[in-house]
Design a protein around this ligand. Sequence first.
Ligand SMILES: C[S@@+](CC[C@H](N)C(=O)[O-])C[C@H]1O[C@@H](n2cnc3c(N)ncnc32)[C@H](O)[C@@H]1O
Length: 239
Amino acid sequence: MQKKVWFVGAGPGDPDLITIKGLSLLRNADVLIYAGSLVNPVLIARSDAKTKLDSWGMDLEDLVLVMENAVNAGKTVVRLHSGDPSLYGAIVEQINELEKRGIAVGIVPGVSSLFAAAAALGTQLTLRGVSESLIVTRPAGKTLEHDQIGELSRHGATMVIFLGTEKLGEITKNLNCPPDTPAAVVYHASWPDQKIVRGTVKDIAKKTIDKGIERTALLVVGGVLDPEKWGHTRSYLYS
Ligand SMILES: C[S@@+](CC[C@H](N)C(=O)[O-])C[C@H]1O[C@@H](n2cnc3c(N)ncnc32)[C@H](O)[C@@H]1O
């Protein structure tokens, strides 16, 4: 059998939001490596894997060595990433190292937290007459020197900003869109303790701090959060 490591999207938190293929791989894995606090422990418990390893704090070399040894011993390895692995998942570094060692990979997509946030907000991210485009981005921080939030916000597109909960004040100051543009923060989308804060670009940072939300949230910005006021027109689909 071909040596292979599976990268599987765990979904945003609700353990039932993993794909059927992802769940089947997870259940039958011999070795399960998962990305810490963003993956629901209920999902981990659904796996029969003899080895279950939280990758928090592990460096790339250690991770790859664990995967390599397991695959060489004929074991099935599943690497579980939160949401969808293609967004801020840092899987390419792992894939490159595995391929250098002759180990192939398979990727099973997952439901990103961005879609769980849209569902929680009860809206579309693209909406006729309001925005036909979606920008997914993140602020500068420890692992990113410069961001593009200022320039990207000039287009009137819906924006979803990851990895920025603790710097919402800075982010919203950099946004080049009208201060009354609707904004929302979704904390722990699809988890039982999900919280939603709604406001505008002007006040969303303060409202979020007042609710005590400091991490694991997405900032959504755009007229799609208040469609009637921002020019929503009925889709041709219904004409
Ligand atoms: C390393 S990124 C991983 C994103 C993931 N690949 C995805 O598709 O959702 C982690 C960031 O995603 C966001 N995030 C992850 N899960 C979330 C959730 N359930 N609700 C809101 N934001 C979430 C937060 O901004 C968090 O800081």
